[in-house]
Design a binder for this molecule. Structure first.
Ligand SMILES: [Zn+2]
Length: 471
């Protein structure tokens, strides 16, 4: 080989090394685990899958999370004498949101570690006077909840769950369609034989909002009323009347169960992973702490994120501030004043955890690939720009927590001018807390069957456990 060819080869090699970004060199997280860790992942995902199967809405999620926490020794907060170092407490907000807390050895006015996530997911809600008849069918009037692509909810098995509250103070839990032997509801589509008048509809308007009504029955009673038959069945099952449906929260969600995806079983598909993935991980990571943290560790699981954090169980409510005030007051007794609550909030380090969109193999052009996140490459630090991000010093602190334990991670930024999404982070920043948005990438977000990589959920669990203990 002559010297010129040799030099050219050396130069070509060096320039390849130089142009290779550190991000291009990152490999799938699956390459860094052994068989033992793979087993641990499957065990963790088993628990996650069981939770997802039962937790279809914020109501059933609260119930499941409370059951899990109770088993691990967390008790319902009822009075301030419970607030002692190492105490494991649950602050329940109206059975739709909760804060699970492990009291640290330092008072909350010295700092805290909080992970917030939402456990409501896009779905279809029924209206106050839902029942009507059309052409031999009884149907339900509905209004959809959160950002759904309406066409995805047509012609798939749907279940109904929620609560009905009666005038005499009873709460009745309703659930029809989750058990494979239950009947299901369905929003019927038009046949291709007759749908030519519909074919020019636009992508986002394949179904109109007022067309999202599921069938609930077809057999009339002797007065020729199908509504009567449906109501008689509901009265028999739950002892409720048609007027009781006014004081009800009934939600229509997909009826299917979580499933493994791919021959390698690397992915999990399920309704509601945005954001019951982060909710489950925030709670189980707190449950797994094997010693008392220095700073009080908290998992804040909220409702109503998908509709803008509204109402008294959403992140815009003052529930979180109240809980900080209760803890600070118990720890400072006579010297307590409201400024101590403000101080506790301002010294809190917060992860606003929420799912984010991963690169889709079918629509890669919707992502800006250099900065998009990928399934199987770890939790994502969200960098959305335009002043939505955590400040650089808190971001650096988080990087250190991740790297100290060699937890794979990546970043996520949207392609400019293609879309966006909200989280609960803004509500906590308003309280002067130090907040960073972190999530895991999903495919088919907000669809009836969202897709996550099991190893991202696992690494989120590893990260959250470290975060709660981090100093
Ligand atoms: Zn979300």
């Amino acid at each position: 080989m002559n010297i010129i060819i040799l030099l050219t080869c050396v130069f070509a090699f060096l320039s390849t090394c130089y142009s290779q970004s550190v991000w291009n060199a990152k490999r799938s997280s699956w390459l860094s685990i052994d068989a033992k860790e793979r087993n641990m992942i499957e065990n963790y995902i088993d628990g996650y899958s069981t939770y997802l199967d039962k937790a279809r809405t914020e109501l059933t999620s609260t119930k499941e999370l409370m059951t899990m926490l109770n088993k691990e020794g967390f008790t319902l907060f009822t009075n301030s004498s419970q607030i002692k170092t190492g105490a494991k407490l649950i602050f329940n907000n109206r059975d739709r949101a909760l804060i699970a807390v492990t009291i640290g050895s330092e008072p909350i006015t010295k700092g805290s570690r909080l992970i917030g996530a939402h456990h409501d997911s896009p779905r279809i809600d029924i209206k106050a006077r839902p029942l009507y008849e059309q052409d031999g069918f009884a149907l339900l009037q509905t209004i959809y909840y959160g950002g759904i692509k309406k066409y995805q909810w047509v012609n798939i098995p749907l279940m109904i769950s929620g609560r009905v509250d009666t005038k005499d103070g009873k709460t009745i839990s309703i659930e029809i369609g989750r058990n494979p032997k239950d009947p299901i509801l369905i929003i019927p589509d038009a046949a291709p034989h007759v749908d030519s008048p519909l074919r020019k509809r636009e992508y986002t308007g394949v179904m109109e909002g007022e067309e999202m009504d599921p069938i609930i029955g077809t057999i009339p009673d002797q007065k020729n009323s199908i509504i009567n038959t449906v109501m008689n069945t509901l009265t028999e099952m739950y002892a409720i009347t048609e007027e009781d449906l006014v004081s009800a929260e009934l939600n229509i969600t997909p009826a299917g169960s979580p499933r493994d995806i791919g021959l390698d079983r690397s992915l999990i598909g399920s309704y509601g992973q945005d954001d019951r993935a982060c909710s489950y991980v925030a709670i189980t990571s707190l449950m797994e702490l094997n010693k008392t943290p220095l700073y009080t560790a908290m998992a804040y699981i909220v409702d109503n994120e998908e509709t803008g954090n509204v109402n008294n169980t959403g992140a815009a409510s003052s529930f979180l501030n109240t809980v900080y005030g209760i803890i600070a007051e118990a720890q400072h007794a006579q010297s307590f004043n409201e400024n101590l609550t403000r101080k506790a909030l301002s010294l809190a380090k917060v992860i606003s955890a929420d799912a984010n969109d991963g690169i889709s193999p079918l629509f890669p052009g919707l992502s800006e690939k250099t900065n998009a996140s990928r399934l199987g490459f770890g939790p994502s630090i969200k960098r959305y720009g335009r002043s939505f991000d955590a400040n650089s010093e808190f971001t650096a602190w988080i990087r250190n927590v991740l790297d100290t334990k060699s937890i794979p991670w990546q970043t996520a930024s949207y392609k400019v001018e293609t879309g966006g999404g909200g989280t609960i982070g803004g509500q906590m920043s308003k309280e002067d807390m130090e907040v960073i948005d972190i999530g895991i990438p999903l495919l088919s977000m907000h669809s009836p069957f969202e897709i996550a990589s099991k190893i991202d959920i696992w690494n989120l669990n590893r990260f959250f456990t470290e975060f709660y203990m981090a100093q």
